[in-house]
Design a protein around this ligand. Structure first.
Ligand code: ADP
Ligand code: MG
Ligand code: ZN
Length: 482
């Protein structure tokens, strides 16, 4: 039944901009200060207080627009979107309506089945509302610290076809805004929020079905769950002869269901009109090209480069580019390698993805805050790649490298940890071990081949783990066959 239908999804994503001050006043945007401390007559909505646009809001909008291939409008205006809400003291939100600053862009997402382009209808600037707090005391309290914090609203085309795709799209937006430095990407603090528009249509049908809009999605996982739920609900409804009504729903995370909130508001309900207290926003070609020059390599392009140029598996590349400073750390380590080839790049990747990431997550820091010089990772990999040390020794010395910031090469030199790769020496040792264990040698030759590990461990024991395991295995095989 469900297989006869195709979901159609469009997302409206709000990202909170990482400016120091609010969109239309000089109050700080700092999160977590005592309620209502970051306020002034402008963001409290006092009559007669006049807004002044923060230039960085426009700069960030242009940045995001360029990063998503949007056209940038040379001149756009702000509008008032009127509605009543306890956390909206002015009775309207300053937003953009007809002519948003950015339009007609695209975001590329990397799906298991390949790359897909999701169209961006528009990106506009607006201000956030305050926050109603329901869980203190018996009253509802209002905190206006967030009132006037700048947002970008990114509206997608109805190009998304599954809950999983929606999730990937959001992850991609999060990576992009963090790479651009326009948003801190902090999901717990609500720095990225999303409303989902969902409809279903019979497969092969041209016309879209009637959509519902789900709000209150406070995590990306909830977006995915809510979309999944809503698809099932709409299909079941249609199959039982019902019709979907266009309405706004709320996701109830405690019971994993969407619930109707109100019939869908229409644009005219908001009585949009041009904001009379602000002048229009002019963006010159020079400004655009200046911002263009500051754009970093974007995460997906970087991922592709790691795959194409460094031969990394897709999985590794995805993890390394997810957070910008981790990718930077990896690249810095790679740049310090003595031997540059795909094998050593993969070894660096292994070390960053296991040892480095483990420490970062234990300490809850990013690679930018990690004090271990990346060239020490390169040294370890050089030692491994040249078979100067075994991976066992590498793991053993790492805590000391980390604790004392000593060069791995120095530790290996001082403590005589270099791997023994001299096959004559290993052969002599192997022969003497086989002599000492003639009973086991007989058993081995009689078919008890799982004794092989025993011989290997004897060699490693006598060399304190320094014998090159590859050579040990070769020599042992040869000698045991004789
Ligand atoms: P509104 O003004 O009500 O928010 P928009 O036309 O701006 O409506 O669209 C909002 C979002 O809904 C966009 O992301 C768009 O892609 C999506 N959308 C529009 N029509 C449909 C549909 N039939 N099914 C699913 N999503 C849709
Ligand atoms: Mg909308
Ligand atoms: Zn203020």
């Amino acid at each position: 039944m469900k297989n006869d239908y195709e979901p159609v999804i469009g997302l409206e994503v709000h990202i909170q901009l990482k400016t120091n001050t609010k969109a239309f006043c000089s109050c700080t945007t700092e999160f977590g200060t005592s309620p209502n401390m970051n306020t002034c007559p402008v963001c409290l909505g006092h009559p007669g207080a006049l807004p002044t646009l923060n230039k960085n809001v426009v700069e960030f909008a242009i940045k995001m627009g360029l990063a998503t291939g949007c056209k940038i409008r040379p001149y756009s205006i702000f509008s008032r979107k009127n509605y009543f809400y306890p956390d909206l003291p002015k009775g309207y939100q300053i937003s953009q309506y007809e002519d948003p600053i950015c339009f007609e862009g695209v975001i590329e997402v990397d799906l298991p089945e390949g790359k897909k382009h999701i169209g961006i209808t528009r990106i506009h600037m607006e201000e956030d509302a305050g926050k109603s707090i329901h869980d203190v005391d018996i009253d509802t309290l209002v905190d206006l610290n967030r009132s006037g914090v700048p947002l970008l609203e990114i509206v997608s085309e109805p190009d998304i076809r599954s809950a999983q795709e929606a999730y990937q799209y959001l992850m991609q937006i999060r990576q992009i805004v963090m790479y651009l430095g326009v948003c801190d990407g902090n999901l717990e603090e609500g720095s990225l929020r999303c409303d989902a528009n969902i409809s279903v249509r019979k497969k092969g049908a041209e016309k879209f079905g009637t959509r519902t809009e789900v709000k209150n999605l406070n995590s990306f996982r909830n977006v995915e769950r809510a979309i999944g739920y809503e698809i099932e609900r709409q299909v079941a409804l249609l199959e039982s002869g019902g019709t979907v009504i266009q309405q706004t729903m709320l996701w109830d995370a405690s019971v994993h269901e969407t619930k109707p909130m109100r019939t869908k508001e229409k644009a005219h309900d908001y009585r949009y009109f041009p904001e009379p207290d602000l002048v229009g926003v002019s963006v010159s070609k020079e400004w655009i090209s200046r911002v263009h020059q500051t754009l970093p390599e974007l995460p997906l392009a970087r991922k592709q480069r790691f795959i194409n140029e460094l031969g990394l598996p897709k999985y590794d590349a995805g993890i390394l580019v997810d957070e910008q400073s981790l990718g930077d750390y990896f690249e810095l380590a790679v740049s310090h390698l003595s031997v540059k080839n795909n094998e050593s790049y993969k070894l660096v990747s292994n070390w960053v993805m296991t040892e480095v990431l483990r420490i970062l997550s234990e300490r809850k820091i990013t690679a930018a805050e990690f004090e271990l010089p990346a060239n020490f990772i390169a040294e370890i990999v050089d030692l491994l790649a040249s078979e100067s040390i075994s991976s066992k020794i590498a793991k053993e010395i790492f805590p000391e490298v980390l604790a004392n910031k000593v060069s791995p090469k120095e530790i290996v030199g001082k403590r005589g940890l270099a791997q023994i790769s001299d096959s004559n020496m290993i052969e002599t040792l192997v022969k003497s071990i086989l002599d000492q264990n003639s009973e086991n040698v007989d058993k081995y030759r009689a078919g008890k081949t799982n004794l092989f590990g025993f011989f290997v461990s004897q060699v490693l024991k006598q060399t304190e783990g320094k014998a090159n395991p590859k050579i040990v295995t070769e020599v042992l095989k040869r000698e045991l066959q004789n």
